[in-house]
Structures are given as structure tokens and as C-alpha cells.
Design a protein around this ligand. Structure first.
Ligand code: SAH
Ligand code: SF4
Length: 392
């Protein structure tokens, strides 16, 4: 059962679709200073004003320029006249029985993305999107069946975090509008994963800039050790990502032979397993404390044999790694089934014996189609059913 709030009950944080003024959300300190200079703030003041603005945006989550009491009244008026503090607008918010939340968000050009929040007892993880759709066509992923519309801007990526913090009451002094299932922790969002829609390394610069804004200790403070980028295997960009962003890394491996990976994760034809693993070995700063997570979706009769498990362990032997077995999350028309639980256990046992702890990821938010690889499917389906309804 889905506890879905009718969209009409939600006051969207901003009316992005009609906005003419640009939003300052997601801008770096340097960009904020440049916008202030454009408004005529004298050069000797821009840094100080940018610092104040930064703090209102990213420490307090303020959504109204006029409330920024330490900024001169005239300047507040100028900011109000020229910019907004809008986040993406909420189209729907769904809360799963397990507390997982999924937001369908509308961007200023009317395009839509999804963001998912996964609460645990002592932490909360926000899964954000990096693109609208995906150019890649992994055969088990629903996002892969949708055409890419475009890359998200850095502001739209940071905007997902800001919006989630608004809805979770995750700003100092704020209370959550709906506290169901939230962790008992000071920070509701402790971790961010780039595992929503899109291939983040195909939107490298914007994702990197967004991560830098999010990581700033005097702001959102979601540091690079608490941020994980998941890639399908854009091998040449992996070491560069390590140098320029240095977040934790997850690799969507899913197969241990090139012939199979070519069909599951077609980018493998460009950068096969050997090349991908070599790029992983070159990821800066790897150690037992900073391991790469290898994701492996469990597809019945396809990649789930004990021989596959042994080969997986052999392939990763010299890389500081974690292994994450993901039970396949079905979507309408998917050409695969999830492996039987018994088979997952057999597979996990081989992985366990090789020294990898608790490798199976429990699926979250399946009842609201918020689990890995299900994003956007329900919203598209709902829309289709609306379109197909007979006219009266
Ligand atoms: N594009 C990036 C990040 C988004 S997908 C990537 O591919 O890594 C996040 C994870 O969910 C990836 O490991 C992806 O392979 C996996 N995934 C996609 N569809 C899935 C499905 N239907 N069931 C389970 N996992 C899936
Ligand atoms: Fe794109 Fe990742 Fe889905 Fe592959 S698994 S289609 S890369 S979102």
C-alpha cells in the first residue's frame, strides 16, 4: 500500500514553471559573489555579502530574502527583485510503509525528475538524480528505457538536497511536516548517493560543482566521505573524478564476463571489464577505509550462479572493495526476474566467505516504485493512463 499524499495538498516550495527570475540555489561562493557584483554591490563588500547569503541559503535553508536580517534592507529588496530561492517544485510526495519517501519534482522548464529518501535508524540517505533520463540503455534498468532529455545543472542537483531538507525539517530549529519513520538523529540527511536517474560521469562538471557546494563544511556539510557516486563504468573519467571530487565510488558491475556485461550494461562494449577495473585501481586514495563498492544486481538464471560469485571474488581480489548484491527490482515489462532468495543466499555465502560483510542490499520503497532502477516508471505510467482515459 502506498501512503500517497494527493499533490493538491502540498504547497509547492516554488512555482518554478512560471518563474522568470533565476534561482540562487546551488550557486558556489564565487558565483554568489559574482551575482552580487552584477547588482552593483561594491567590490570590497562582495565577499562578505556572499558569505552572509551563503549562510542563509545553506546553513539555515532560508527561502525568503526579506528574512535575511543582517543584509541591508536595500540589498534584500534588490535580491528579491532579481532572483529567487526556489527549489524544484514538488509534483507528488509518496511515503512508503518502510518510511522511504519519493518526490516527483518539476524543474523550471517543466521537466521532471525523482529524488528518494531512505531513512534508517541512525542515518538517512538521499538518492539524487544527475540527468533527466539516461543515454545509456542497461537492459534491467527502467530509467534506461527513457530517452535523455538533458543534464541537470549544479543548482538543480543541489536543489534536490535543499528540497529534501525542507520536507524533512532538516534545518536548524525546523520540525518535519511529516515525521513518520524519520531517523532519530540530529541530521536527517547524513549521506547522499548519486544513484537516481542518469549517468553522473556524463554530467561531470555539474555533478562535481554540486558536490563541492554540498560538501562545504560551513554549509550543507555533506562531506565527500558521505557522498557516493555510482557509475555504470565510464572508465576514463573515474580517476579524474577521484582527483577533482574525491567522493566515495560505486561501480555498477553486474556481470563478470564481457559477453554478458555487453548485454546488461552496454557501455561495457566501449570500456570492458578489464579496463574498468584498471581505472578503479587508479582511483586516488583507495585503502581499507576507503573502498569501492561494486554493485551487482541479482537476475534469475542470468548472472547469479555460484561460479559467477567465485569469479566476482577473484576479479576484485586486489582492489579495496565492498560488494553490494541488489535484488532485482521489477518494473512493468522488464525482461528479467529477481533471483530466488535461496540463490541469493548461496551467492552471498561465497562472497561472505571471501571476507565481504553483509553484502545484500535490502530493497527499500518498492511499494512506491522508489527502489533502484524503478525511478520515473510510475509517474510515466500514471500519466499514460490519464492520456488513455476515454474522453467524455
Ligand atoms: N547510472 C548510474 C547510477 C544510477 S543507477 C549507474 O548505473 O551506476 C543506481 C544502481 O541501481 C546501479 O547499480 C544500477 O545498475 C542499479 N539498478 C538499475 N536498475 C535496477 C533494477 N531494476 N533493480 C535493481 N538495481 C537496479
Ligand atoms: Fe543509466 Fe544507470 Fe540505468 Fe544504466 S543503470 S540505464 S547507466 S541509470
Amino acid at each position: 500500500m502506498t501512503l500517497s499524499l494527493p499533490s493538491g495538498e502540498l504547497a509547492p516550495v516554488g512555482k518554478s514553471e512560471t518563474a522568470q527570475k533565476p534561482s540562487l540555489v546551488g550557486l558556489s561562493r564565487t558565483d554568489l559573489a559574482a551575482r552580487l557584483a552584477d547588482l552593483g554591490v561594491p567590490e570590497r563588500q562582495t565577499r562578505m555579502r556572499a558569505r552572509q547569503l551563503w549562510s542563509w541559503l545553506y546553513v539555515r535553508g532560508e527561502t525568503d530574502f526579506l528574512a535575511m536580517t543582517d543584509i541591508a534592507t536595500d540589498l534584500r529588496g534588490e535580491l528579491e527583485a532579481n532572483f529567487t530561492l526556489e527549489r524544484p517544485a514538488i509534483v507528488t510526495e509518496q511515503v512508503s510503509l518502510d518510511g522511504t519517501r519519493k518526490w516527483l519534482l518539476r524543474l523550471s522548464d517543466g521537466k521532471e525528475i525523482e529524488t528518494v529518501y531512505i531513512p534508517e535508524e541512525d542515518r538517512g540517505t538521499l538518492c539524487i538524480s544527475s540527468q533527466i533520463g539516461c543515454t545509456l540503455t542497461c537492459s534491467f534498468c527502467h530509467t534506461g528505457t527513457q530517452k535523455l532529455v538533458r543534464n541537470l545543472s549544479a543548482g538543480e542537483i543541489v536543489g534536490q538536497i535543499m528540497l529534501a531538507r525542507d520536507r524533512l525539517g532538516d534545518w536548524p530549529g525546523a520540525t518535519p511536516p511529516d515525521p513518520r519513520g524519520l531517523p532519530d538523529a540530529a541530521r536527517k540527511i547524513s549521506n547522499v548517493v548519486l544513484m537516481g536517474m542518469g549517468e553522473p560521469l556524463y554530467n561531470f562538471d555539474n555533478v562535481r560543482d554540486a558536490c563541492a557546494v554540498a560538501a562545504d563544511g560551513a554549509g550543507l556539510a555533506i562531506g565527500k566521505r558521505r557522498t557516493t557516486l555510482s557509475t555504470s563504468g565510464v572508465a576514463p573519467e573515474i580517476p579524474r573524478w577521484g582527483e577533482e571530487a574525491g567522493t566515495m565510488l560505486a561501480i555498477s558491475l553486474h556481470a563478470v564476463r564481457d559477453d554478458l556485461r555487453d548485454t546488461l550494461v552496454p557501455i561495457n562494449k566501449k570500456w570492458p571489464i578489464k579496463e574498468l577495473l584498471q581505472a578503479c585501481r587508479n582511483y586516488p586514495g583507495l585503502s581499507n577505509a576507503k573502498r569501492i563498492t561494486f554493485e551487482y544486481v541479482m537476475l534469475k538464471g542470468v548472472n547469479d550462479s555460484v561460479a559467477d560469485a567465485k569469479e566476482l571474488v577473484r576479479l576484485l581480489a586486489k582492489i579495496p572493495a565492498k560488494i553490494n548484491l541488489i535484488p532485482f527490482n521489477p518494473w512493468p515489462g522488464a525482461p528479467y526476474e529477481c533471483s530466488d532468495w535461496e540463490q541469493i543466499e548461496k551467492f552471498a555465502e561465497v562472497v561472505n566467505r571471501a571476507g565481504y560483510a553483509s553484502p545484500v542490499r535490502s530493497p527499500r520503497g518498492r511499494d512506491i516504485m522508489a527502489a533502484c532502477g524503478q525511478l520515473r516508471s510510475e509517474s510515466i505510467r500514471q500519466r499514460r493512463s490519464v492520456q488513455l482515459a476515454p474522453s467524455t
